[in-house]
Design a protein around this ligand. Structure first.
Ligand code: ADP
Ligand code: MG
Length: 388
């Protein structure tokens, strides 16, 4: 399909977004910098994206009037979170251009559909998901093969940041866990992970695709803690394999926009594809300060059907997520010492404008860029000491 660019700086240069969180806010910043106005559909009042967007439609994601209004305001619409109702994207697509498409987002919303899709892609990527089995009833537990245990039972829908999943060592624990979770789940074999990486890819309507360097992720309590890019552990061979798999997956999906794919690197050096997020991703925030084109600018380019930007990384980067926890000193609440963080060389602070700091809530991130990964990492460690 040939590109039909929506050029910046005209009366019609407006981009719409479903969702008003921090990803929407950073998308809006990128869009505005390039000469677009932004319209946000989000039921919450003072959300991160509505603080910066020109237009805020304060209605539910599935409100037909809200969707119609968003469509009128913006001829091109994207989403900043993956659990947006697929029907909303379909409805919007009747009035304008929507990327990513409902069909792609639907696959990413369902772990089992996602695994089936990855398995199909495996035929040419050579990269497969973890051994798994779909469970939709107590009855299905009987058909679970012994070699999937120990494993992780995950809900097929709505899981994120390690929520909606339980580790089970044996059949007894599997039964107990399923009795609590109910509904549609998938049991995955527990794999020996060496480390975890993610690959950010982007594709335009014309099929042009780009892939960013491999980022390495460390989670704490299920939430992303740090991202190092380029991954210090990955071998050139594994990097090539993961990047090729990511490009194959995005092409096979016929996806338009930015897509993030998580992989596990196992102790034997082989790789397994875990899940994908149909949007810019927390592990791609380093691109804002360390690459020629940030993941948010890339999303703007794909949505506006402009040429994709260069994915060259010009600096080593270490990103630290800032959770609400750092506002708490025991019972006492205090503002973190941002002046001390910003005194560290190569520090780039990003705060999301959330009024209330809560534990485990993503409040911002800071990326340290440097001429080497050793330096970037050392600076990240200094920040950890300051934040406590
Ligand atoms: P979420 O949607 O919460 O990110 P994930 O499927 O990515 O869910 O799982 C969260 C974390 O649990 C992963 O980052 C990884 O550390 C661990 N994990 C998930 N699946 C497996 C597995 N099959 N084997 C070993 N560890 C796993
Ligand atoms: Mg994950």
């Amino acid at each position: 399909q040939p590109r039909q660019p929506l050029l910046p700086n005209t009366a019609a240069s407006r981009l719409g977004i479903l969702g008003g969180g921090q990803l929407g806010r950073m998308f809006a910043h990128a869009a505005q910098a390039m000469g677009y106005q932004v319209a946000v559909l989000e039921p919450e009042a003072a959300c991160p994206a509505a603080q910066v967007a020109e237009h805020h439609v304060q209605l539910a994601y599935d409100d037909e009037q809200g969707l119609a209004l968003l469509s009128r305001l913006a001829p091109r619409v994207t989403t900043e979170f993956e659990n947006v109702p697929a029907d909303s994207l379909k409805l919007l697509a009747t009035g304008g251009f929507v990327a990513p498409a409902a069909a792609c987002v639907s696959i990413a919303q369902d772990r089992l559909a996602e695994k089936h899709f990855f398995t199909r892609c495996g035929l040419h990527t050579g990269v497969y998901p973890a051994p798994h089995w779909g469970i939709a009833s107590e009855e299905d537990l009987k058909s679970v093969n012994d070699d999937l245990l120990p494993g992780i039972l995950k809900t097929t829908r709505m899981g994120y940041d390690g929520k909606g999943q339980v580790r089970v060592r044996n059949r007894e624990e599997l039964h107990t866990a399923y009795a609590l979770m109910q509904g549609h789940c998938v049991l995955e074999k527990m794999l020996p992970l060496a480390y975890e990486v993610s690959v950010l890819v982007a594709r335009g309507v014309d099929g042009e695709a780009v892939v960013y360097p491999i980022a390495e992720n460390v989670h704490r309590d299920g939430i992303l803690f740090t991202t190092l890019a380029p991954s210090p552990n990955v071998s050139p061979e594994v990097a090539r394999q993961a990047q090729k798999a990511a490009l194959d997956i995005i092409a096979e999906l016929g996806y338009v926009g930015v897509l993030c794919i998580e992989f596990f690197v196992l102790t034997d050096g082989s790789i397994v594809v875990n899940e994908m997020a149909p949007r810019p991703h927390n592990s791609g925030h380093y691109t804002m300060d360390a690459c020629d084109t940030s993941q948010f600018e890339q999303q703007v380019r794909a949505l506006a059907q402009l040429p994709l930007g260069s994915v060259r990384q010009h600096s080593a980067a270490a990103m630290l997520n800032i959770l609400g926890d750092v506002w708490f000193d025991g019972e006492r609440q205090r503002e973190p010492a941002w002046d001390r963080i910003l005194a560290i060389p190569g520090a780039h602070l990003h705060l999301y404008g959330k009024a209330e700091a809560r534990r485990a809530r993503k409040m911002g991130h800071v990326t340290f860029v440097a001429s080497s990964m050793e330096l970037a990492r050392a600076n990240l460690r200094s920040a950890c000491v300051i934040l406590g």
